[in-house]
Design a protein around this ligand. Structure first.
Ligand SMILES: Cc1cc2nc3c(=O)[nH]c(=O)nc-3n(C[C@H](O)[C@H](O)[C@H](O)COP(=O)(O)O)c2cc1C
Length: 168
């Protein structure tokens, strides 16, 4: 049972608009594993590090605690149904999906805005989640527009004209 306080905390966190990713790995028996996650973030440029967190209660938690490599797929605005598939109970989330496999055997989904292939750098306990830090070994971007998640809804990006900035 979720308390009102936790519900409000989650709702306030939902005001932070994010992209949507699917994180994949190869299970110990060679099975494809994947989960929708919006906890993805950049950590470091040199070395190239990223992070995301997986709920300790998730079925895939054990796989991501045991694997040595994973891939983060930044979904494009055309991939909303994929986000739904990888966030719901499903016998085979990869059914009918075109995937390639990288050198580590990690399934790579096509048609994404960007993909970051990673080796495990560190894992940290983070309350009811495990924080997974990845060292990026390969990445690509396609120029497709990203899918956005805000306040429990999927959304599109619309940039302000003439508003391009770069971080210092
Ligand atoms: C937009 C969105 C973002 C999510 N982000 C995360 C996340 O960062 N970490 C996480 O553990 N679960 C996240 N979830 C929930 C999981 O996708 C969901 O619980 C999934 O069913 C877990 O799969 P499993 O239990 O089969 O491993 C998110 C769900 C959605 C719809």
């Amino acid at each position: 049972m979720i308390s009102d306080e936790i519900r409000e905390f989650r709702s306030a966190l939902g005001q932070f608009a994010t992209g949507v990713t699917i994180v994949t790995t190869r299970g110990a028996s060679g099975e494809d594993v994947g989960v929708t996650a919006n906890s993805f973030n950049s950590v470091s440029l040199e070395p190239p590090l990223v992070l995301w967190s997986v709920a300790n209660s998730a079925g895939c938690h054990g796989h991501f605690c045991a694997c040595e490599a994973f891939a983060v797929h930044v979904l494009s605005s055309r991939q909303r149904s994929l986000s739904q598939t990888f966030s719901r109970r499903c016998d085979d989330r990869f059914a009918g999906l075109e995937v390639q496999r990288n050198a580590a055997g990690v399934p790579i989904i096509t048609g994404c805005a960007a993909v970051f292939e990673c080796n495990i750098h560190e894992r940290h306990e983070g309350g009811d989640h495990t924080i997974i830090v990845g060292h990026v070994t390969r990445f690509e971007q396609t120029g497709l527009r990203p899918l956005v998640f805000h306040n429990g809804h999927y959304a599109h990006i619309q940039a302000y004209p003439d508003s391009r900035t770069t971080k210092p």
